[in-house]
Ligand binder design. Structure first.
Ligand code: MV4
Length: 482
C-alpha cells in the first residue's frame, strides 16, 4: 500500500494523513468547493476537488471518489467516520474497483447497520442483551403482549436507526399503540424501513463502548473501554478512558463480550461495540459501529497505540503486532469535542470566521484540529472544530490539565462549546464520576454558564481592583466575552 485516498474532511482527514505519511505512504485528499482552503487539502501530497459544497455532491458521491482513486492510482481508500464510512455499498464498490477499503467487509457493515440483524447475529454467542424482541413487530396487540411481559417502561427502537434516531419511550400501556404507529411511520420516513422492535427501557444507563481490533489472520483483541455518557441529544460531548466505574473484572468481561460480537460477524479492522451499563452494573450489548470513531484518541492515549496506523496495517494484511495480554492501560484521558455551537443558545450552530484561533499545548495535551485562524466555519458540515484531548497519570490530573487547556484555547469570532466543557470539568457529579447519560439534561441550563461566569468575573474584578490600588496598573483578560 503506497498511496491512500482519504474520503473525508476536517480533523479526521488531517489525522489520517499524519499516520499514513509516517508510514511512508503518499496521501490524496478530496475536497468540496467549500473546502478549498481546508487544512486537509493543504496537508495532503495531492488533492482533488470533487464537487459542490453539499455533502451529496462531494463527500457522499461514491462513484466520483472511486473514480478519483483510480485516476490517481490510489491503492486504498480510508473513509474516516461519518459520510461513507458505514456504507456497505461503498465498501463493496471500492473493493470491486480493485481498491482496498480500509475497514471491515461490506457484509459486516450491512449486518451491524441493522439493529435487528445485529441482535440476531450475536445471539449465537453468549452476549447479554436488554430483554425485548429480536424481530420486527408491526402488530399492536403482539407488542402489548411483549411489553406486559417485560414490564413498562419500554423503548421502541427503529431497526435501521442508530444514534438514538427513531427511539420512543413508552411509560404506560395506554400509550403503546399510538407510539408504535408513530415510531413505524417515522422509521419509514427517515430510513425507508419501518421495522421497529421493543426493549425494556434501562432508565439511568451509562454508555460504555469497547474498542476492538481484528486482523485477517483470526486475531481479535479489545483495547478496553471508553465512557461516553456525557452527551446531549445523542451527540457525545465528552468521552474518557478508562471509565471510572469499571472494575478490572467487569472490564475483562465486557472486553470479551466485545470480542465475541466482532467474531460473530467475522469483523476485520477497528470497530466499537456499544454497551449500556445499568445502575447495578449489568451490561447489555446495544450495537456495533463499524468504523474508526471520533473519540478514538482517548483509547490511543491510554494504550500508547496508533489506531489509524493499525487500521492501515490490517488492511495490508499484516497480523496484529501484539496479543491481548500485551495490552495494558496507562493513566487517564479525557476528550472534549469543541463545536462551533453556542451553549448559551441551545447549542445552535455558530457560524462565522475564526478571528482568533489559538490552540493550547503542553504536557498531556493533544488537539486533533481541522481549522486555523482566519478560516471560515462552513455551514455545510458538522460544526466540530477540534477535539481537545488531555492525558494524566490519573483522572484528577487529566481533569486539571483539561481545565488549564480550555483556558488557553482562544477562539474569537464564533461561539464554542469550550465554556460548556469547563462547566462539566467543574461539576461535582463529573468530578466524582457519579453520572449517567442524563448528566446534561439533569444539570445543565444555559444559566449555569452565566452563573459560573459571573462568579469568576466578580472575583477577577476584585483582584484587578486590589492590583490597581497597589500598583496603579490596569489588568485585562485576553479572552473575555461581552
Ligand atoms: C437504550 C436506552 C435505554 N434502554 N436502550 C440511544 C442511542 C442508541 N445507540 C441506543 N440508545 C439507548 N438505548 C434501552 N433498552 C437508552 C439509550 C440512550 C442512550 C444510550 C447511549 C448514550 C446516550 C443515550 C441517551 C439517551 C438514551
Amino acid at each position: 500500500m503506497k498511496k491512500v485516498l482519504i474520503a473525508n474532511r476536517g480533523e479526521i482527514a488531517v489525522r489520517i494523513i499524519e499516520s499514513a505519511r509516517q508510514m511512508g505512504m503518499v496521501t490524496v485528499a478530496v475536497y468540496s468547493v467549500a473546502d478549498r482552503e481546508a487544512p486537509h487539502v493543504q496537508l495532503a501530497d495531492e488533492a482533488v476537488e470533487i464537487g459542490g459544497p453539499d455533502s451529496a455532491s462531494s463527500y457522499l458521491d461514491m462513484d466520483k471518489i472511486i473514480g478519483v482513486a483510480a485516476t490517481v492510482g490510489a491503492d486504498a481508500i480510508h473513509p474516516g467516520y461519518g459520510f461513507l464510512s458505514e456504507n456497505a455499498v461503498f465498501a463493496k464498490k471500492v473493493t470491486e474497483a480493485g481498491i482496498i477499503f480500509v475497514g471491515p467487509s461490506p457484509e459486516a457493515i450491512r449486518v451491524m447497520g441493522s439493529k435487528l440483524e445485529a441482535k440476531a447475529t450475536v445471539s449465537a454467542y453468549d452476549i447479554p442483551m436488554v430483554p425485548g424482541t429480536d424481530k420486527a413487530i408491526t402488530d399492536a396487540s403482539k407488542a402489548m403482549e411483549i411489553a406486559r411481559d417485560i414490564g413498562f417502561p419500554i423503548l421502541i427502537k427503529a431497526s435501521a436507526g442508530g444514534g438514538g434516531k427513531g427511539m420512543r419511550v413508552v411509560e404506560k400501556e395506554e400509550d403503546l399503540e399510538s407510539q408504535m404507529e408513530r415510531a413505524i411511520s417515522e422509521a419509514k420516513a427517515a430510513f425507508g424501513d419501518g421495522s421497529v422492535f421493543i426493549e425494556k427501557y434501562v432508565t439511568s444507563p451509562r454508555h460504555i463502548e469497547v474498542q476492538i481490533l481484528a486482523d485477517t489472520h483470526g486475531n481479535t483483541v479489545h483495547l478496553f473501554e471508553r465512557e461516553c455518557s456525557i452527551q446531549r441529544r445523542h451527540q457525545k460531548v465528552i468521552e474518557e478512558a478508562p471509565s471510572s466505574v469499571l472494575t478490572p473484572e467487569l472490564r475483562e468481561r465486557m472486553g470479551q463480550a466485545a470480542i465475541h460480537v466482532a467474531r460473530s460477524c467475522d469483523y476485520v479492522g477497528a470497530g466499537t461495540v456499544e454497551f449500556l451499563l445499568d445502575a447495578d452494573h449489568n451490561f447489555y450489548f446495544l450495537e456495533m459501529n463499524t468504523r474508526l470513531q471520533v473519540e478514538h484518541p482517548v483509547t490511543e492515549m491510554v494504550t500508547g497505540l496508533d489506531l489509524v496506523r493499525l487500521q492501515l496495517e490490517i488492511a495490508m494484511g499484516k497480523a496484529l503486532p501484539f496479543a491481548q495480554e500485551d495490552l495494558k492501560l496507562h493513566g487517564h484521558a479525557i476528550e472534549l469535542r469543541v463545536y462551533a455551537e453556542d451553549p448559551l443558545d441551545n447549542f445552535f450552530p455558530s457560524t462565522g470566521t475564526l478571528e482568533t484561533y489559538r490552540l493550547p499545548e503542553g504536557e498531556g495535551v493533544r488537539v486533533d484540529n481541522g481549522f486555523y485562524e482566519g478560516m471560515k466555519v462552513p455551514i455545510y458540515y458538522d460544526p466540530m472544530l477540534s477535539k481537545l484531548v488531555c492525558y494524566g497519570a490519573d483522572r484528577t490530573e487529566a481533569i486539571h490539565r483539561m481545565r488549564k487547556a480550555i483556558g488557553e484555547y482562544l477562539v474569537e469570532g464564533v461561539r464554542t462549546t469550550l465554556p460548556f466543557g469547563r462547566f462539566v470539568m467543574d461539576h461535582e457529579a463529573f468530578i466524582s464520576g457519579q453520572f449517567d447519560t442524563h448528566f446534561v439534561s439533569q444539570y445543565y441550563q444555559p444559566g449555569s454558564l452565566e452563573k459560573a461566569r459571573k462568579e469568576k468575573s466578580e472575583l477577577a474584578a476584585v483582584l484587578a481592583l486590589h492590583h490597581y490600588l497597589k500598583t496603579r496598573e490596569k489588568l485585562s483578560l485576553p479572552n473575555s466575552q461581552p
